[in-house]
Every structure is written in C-alpha cells, then in structure tokens.
Design a protein around this ligand. Structure first.
Ligand code: F3S
Length: 680
C-alpha cells in the first residue's frame, strides 16, 4: 500500500500559536477559559477540558481569571466586555486575521462599503464584521454577490482566510463588474492556499483520500469538497474510528491531508493505522507528548529554515520550529573556512541549513550551512534559482493543480494560481508548449524540485511599466490606447502600461445604454486624459471629447425646408421620433405624419422604418428639430380611390408634391441670394 501524506497538513501557524498560548498559560492563572473552542478539533478541546480549560460561548459565561481569544479573533465589543469584567485577555488572534480586521476598520472609517467573501456565521467573519460596526455585506457565492446593492461609495473587499481561490475569483468577477471604485484585498491565507493546492495534487494520485479534521472545521470541510472533486473515494476522518477500513485494500494508494486544526498526533495515528493495517494499535501518548508531536518533524538531510537565536565565537543557535533548537558549529558555517560566526550572523537573522543529526546525545539538533552550500555549489542552475534569479522553461504538461516543466533535470511546478498575475487559470492545456519566464517560490534543493510563479513576474513587470507610464501622463493630453475590458459603467483602456476608465457618460455625446454600443474589446482608440489620481491609481479618460458634438453643425446640416432621411426610433401619442444621426433625433408631430386622418401614429409609421421628411424648424439651443412626413406626400384624403391604379397614382402625386416643394425651396433660396446681392 502506498501512502501519500501532505506536507502542508495539520496545525497551521495561527492554530499552533493559539494552542501554545493555552498551554503556556494553564499554570499562569488560577483558572483559564477559551472564547469558543480553541480549535475545531474535539480531541484537543477535550484534552484541555480535562485540564480545566473550558470553552465559553459568551461573555456572560466567563468565570475564570483569564480568557484566550482563539485564532479566529473576535469583535472589539467582546474584548471590551471582558475588560469591563476585569478578565485578563490573552489575544491569540492569528496575525493574518488581525491584518484583515485592521484593513476593514480603516476602510470603514474612510466611508468604504465593506464586502466580506466568506461564511456569515463563521467566527472569523463575525469577528471581522465587528471592525466595521457589523455593517459588512457578507457573500458566499457569485449569485449572492449579484444581489448586492449598487453604490457610488468606494468598496473594500476582503475574504475569509480559508476561502477557496475558486470562490474568490467567481465572486470577484461579479464585484468588479458591479463596482467601479473597488479595492480588492486577497486575504486568503497562503497556508490555506498551499494546503488546498497540495491536497488536490495528492487527490489526483490517490485511490482513497482521507481528509482529517474536526467536522466543525470550515477549512477541513473545504478540503474535503476539493478532494472529492478529484478522488471519488474521499472520506472525512475526525478520529481513526472514521477510517473506512473494510473498503480499503492493500492495492490502494492512500492520500492523507488534514485541516489547519488537526493535531499531528491524529495524522500520525492515521498513517500508522494505514501502514500497519492489520495490526492492533498499541500506542498511547500523554496530552503534552501529543502537543509536542505537533511540532515540526525533521530528518537528516532535510533542508530547513530557521531563525538565529544566538551567536558566539564557536557556533550559532537556531530555532527551526522543532521541539529542540539546533546549532551550526563555526566549521559547518561556510565553505570559505575560518570566519567568525559573529561576522556572518546576528540574532534574528533567517537562515537555511541542512539537518545532519536529530539528536547529538544531549537533545540538540546538529545542523550545517556548509553542507547546503556545497550542494548548491555543485548545482549552479539550482543555486541561481535559489538565489532568486529568473529562468525560462517550456511547459511540458498540464496537470489538474497547475503546469509542470523540467529544466536541467530540475522538476518545476507552476500552480494554477501562479500562472496569471491575477486569478486562477481554468484552461491549463493552452500553456503546454509555451515558454514561460519564472521565479522560484520554493526550492527543494535535495529533491531538485522548484515551485515557481509566472504571475508574480508579470505583476512586477506591469508595476514597473505602470510606474514609467504614470511619469509620462499629463491631464489634458491626447493619448492612444487599446480597449481592454468593458463593464456596465464604462470601458477600461490600456494607455501604455496603465489602465484608465472612460466612464459611460464620456463615451459619446448621445445617451449610451451599454459601452459595447460604442467600443469593442481590442479597439485601438484615441482618448483625452481628463484627470489623474496617482494615489488611488485612477485615470479618467474621455472619448467623446475628441469627437464633434452632433448639434454643433446641425443647423448647417439640417436647414429649414431641407429633406432628410432617418429611422423611426420611438413612437409616442404625440408623434414619432426620427433618428437623423447618433445624437440627433427630430420629431414628426402626429399632425405632420400623414395627409390622411390617423387615430394613432402607429397607423402610419412603425419603429425601424426608414422615412423621408421635410425640416420645418430647427432650434440648436433647445436641440429640437420639427419634421413633416406629410409635406412630402400628396394630399389624397379627398380624392376618390381609383381602384387598381391607386399605388401608381399616389406615387405620381407624391413625386409631384416633392418636386413642387423642391422648386419652392429653390425659389426661396434664389430670392435670398438676389436680396443679398442687392444689399451688397
Ligand atoms: Fe492564521 Fe492562516 Fe491559520 S490565517 S489561523 S495561519 S489558516
């Protein structure tokens, strides 16, 4: 039986921090409680309960000296209520959640409308909503987003940290069309993203997928749904009792992933159970041992990152997140040889090292920087990638979670979320055979594997181009651009590295229903820069401003007594509106529609019909043109209808009337000319 265990499984940074906060404070206070279950995992909650740490669900329930606020955070009024009761607060809100709360608070104070993409009842969302006075609009699907009210106010969008990228993209697509003044903050936690990406990769290979975690855990539920899409035999496992043992055979490939609130001991229990499928379990752990086991696992030869905690003349101490700290001796620090550790590092520096020995006999981990540097020295391409240099690959294959390629024997994976600068690519196969420029996100030196991004590079290049473009822009200038996107409220135009917006009202001098009536995507156009706001990165463009106003020359184009051709665009009880050109409509009053008696305008003309009419009057100030159709048709209302020849007779009469009018107009013009000549 093959077992694939996700690297990104078990406690995330925020949950680990919250659990640690409880452990560290159990003995500091006479009594301790947590506001809500510290994590969505019944075993951990039960473990704490046995030690006297109870989860309370409201401020009224608190009867302990101190309370721990879990990683989801809580609304400000909860903090205030505990303080008022004199309860000591240990705030274990995850720093990522805290950042969202701050973003929302600032935006709300600046009169933004807040939209949270997430689950209405989720404690994290409830907490965030508390930072905008509970006024956020919370949506959990594109459909819900469509029903949000329209607004002219700025809109600030954030996401619940455990939302999926798919949902985020779907909802954002709706919001971007709906709101012009929108600030998008992708607050999905990278730990969640990595976990979901890896779970998908494993689910694609597994025949049985076990998703470990509490049933109440939102991120575990999402993992379960994602894995189910790729592996039909996906099971939710809260404890080993949930493993569907009778359906698993030794031929199966077992994939194992776990939600952010799943302790490592459960993962290990499940792995053990799966690998010793027929053997009874005999392992028991104390609660503290189990918590210990939730710390990082390491093995010799592994590359790990850590933080320097001390430096002396002979070695440096490093915290690698393992239960014991590690150290690198002076000899193992560089390839160059005799350099004092103090000349190279100081406390707080980040460092990447190789694990040499997990226990030196005194419980310390022996690490080496030199071993890692030696590996890199022998592998120049990987060393350059590791150092942050960009590289190019030709995409070999599209797999469900992204794209794969190979470079000098190095396996490169580009997650679907890292292909474009924005958004998740659904149709991955279009990239196969294409050459992409990449930058590494993660490098596994030992396994010669790289996870890379193309999207971030594109975004960086765009930012550079945008900076250059901004420096060249001035208000009032006319520039060339390409229409990139059409929204209900206008058209976005790329004017050389930056996008500006032509508001719908600035597209044409006439009323425009939809921007697509005037422009198409990829149209190359000229626009005038109406205003620039560098701080908000907003550029207002004008398109109609470079076009002639239709009414400016209307008097010359449509003089009184001229004959015009137009299309009936609207019929009202008092007449028909005839479009002479975009932006200029004339009115044929009902009394001027026909020589015959008509009850309704529709009895003589219909919308869409092309008609000829005589200009009776034009007023460019009020933008009105009066037209007459009947003036160009003979008055046959009093004539008898001569049977079969009616059409011919009417046509001849109409022609005669028209000729007579033209003659009259010419006569009038001649008269005016001779009077002018006399005047001279
Ligand atoms: Fe924090 Fe991310 Fe975990 S937001 S609580 S580290 S899932």
């Amino acid at each position: 039986m093959k077992i694939l265990v996700a690297k990104n499984s078990g406690f995330c940074f925020g949950v680990r921090r919250a659990v640690k906060a409880v452990i560290q404070n159990i003995n500091k206070f006479s009594s301790l409680s947590t506001f809500g279950p510290i994590i969505h995992n019944p075993q951990v909650v039960e473990g704490f309960r046995k030690r006297g740490v109870f989860a309370i669900n409201s401020v009224d329930e608190v009867n302990t000296q101190a309370v721990v606020i879990r990683s989801h955070g809580a609304p400000p009024e909860i903090f205030a209520a505990f303080e008022q009761k004199g309860i000591k607060i240990i705030d274990a809100t995850c720093p990522y959640v805290h950042r969202i709360q701050k973003t929302v608070q600032n935006a709300w104070q600046n009169d933004n409308i807040i939209v949270i993409i997430g689950e209405q009842e989720h404690p994290e969302v409830v907490g965030i909503n508390g930072y905008c006075n509970g006024e956020a609009f919370i949506v959990n699907s594109a459909e819900e987003a469509k029903n949000l009210p329209t607004t002219t106010k700025p809109v600030c969008v954030v996401a619940q940290t455990t939302s999926t990228q798919k949902k985020w993209q779907e909802v954002l697509e709706v919001l971007e069309k709906k709101y012009y003044n929108i600030t998008i903050n992708n607050t999905i936690c990278f730990a969640t993203e990595d976990r979901q990406r890896e779970a998908i990769e494993i689910a694609q290979k597994a025949t049985v997928m076990l998703v470990l975690g509490g049933k109440e855990s939102s991120n575990t539920r999402k993992l379960f749904l994602l894995c189910s899409e790729y592996c039909k035999r996906t099971y939710a496992v809260e404890s080993i009792a949930d493993i569907p043992a009778d359906t698993i055979s030794t031929d199966d490939i077992i994939g194992i992933t776990a939600g952010a609130s799943t302790p490592d001991w459960l993962i290990e229990e499940v792995v053990t159970k799966m690998s010793e499928f027929d053997k009874p379990e005999d392992q028991t752990f104390t609660f503290e041992q189990e918590i210990d086991k939730s710390m990082v696992r390491i093995h010799p030869g592994q590359m790990v990152k850590g933080t320097v905690i001390y430096v002396n003349d002979s070695e440096i101490g490093i915290n690698i997140g393992y239960k014991a700290d590690g150290f690198v001796s002076k000899e193992e620090l560089t390839i160059q040889g005799n350099i004092s550790p103090k000349d190279l590092y100081k406390s707080g520096d980040e460092i990447e090292v190789e694990v040499i020995k997990i226990n030196d006999g005194n419980g310390n981990v022996i690490l080496s920087r030199k071993a890692m540097l030696n590996r890199l020295a022998n592998d120049k391409v990987l060393a350059a990638i590791q150092a942050g240099e960009t590289f190019e690959v030709t995409v070999a294959e599209a797999v469900k979670g992204g794209l794969t390629a190979e470079l000098d024997g190095i396996r490169v994976f580009i997650p679907a979320s890292q292909i474009r600068s924005k958004g998740f690519v659904k149709e991955l196969s279009q990239y196969v055979g294409q050459t992409l420029k990449l930058k590494a996100l993660e490098v596994d030196i030992q396994k010669r594997r790289v996870v890379a991004t193309h999207g971030q590079l594109v975004a960086e290049e765009r930012a550079k181009a945008s900076e250059e473009a901004w420096s060249k822009l001035t208000e009032g200038a006319t520039v060339k651009g390409i229409v990139r996107r059409l929204a209900d409220f206008g058209a976005f135009v790329d004017i050389g590295g930056v996008d500006g917006l032509i508001h719908i009202g600035d597209l044409a001098w006439y009323r425009v229903g939809k921007p697509s009536e005037v422009l198409n995507i990829n149209d190359e156009i000229e626009v005038v820069i109406l205003s620039l706001d560098k701080e908000k990165e907003r550029i207002s463009l004008g398109y109609k401003q470079l076009k002639t106003k239709p009414w400016d020359f209307a008097a010359e184009k449509y003089p009184v007594n001229s004959i015009v051709t137009g299309t009936v665009v609207r019929i009202t009880p008092f007449g028909a509106f005839i479009s002479l050109e975009q932006g200029i409509d004339g009115l044929v009053h009902i009394s001027e529609v026909s020589n015959e008696f008509i009850k309704r305008v529709e009895d003589a003309v219909r919308v869409g019909q092309s008609v000829e009419a005589l200009v009776l009057d034009i007023n460019t100030e009020t933008k009105r043109i009066s037209l007459s159709i009947k003036a160009l048709t003979a008055d046959t209302s009093n004539e008898p209808v001569p049977g079969e020849d009616t059409d011919i007779v009417n046509k001849d009469d109409s022609e005669m009337a028209r000729t007579a009018i033209l003659e009259a107009v010419e006569e009038e013009a001649e008269k005016e000319t001779s009077e002018e000549e006399k005047g001279e």
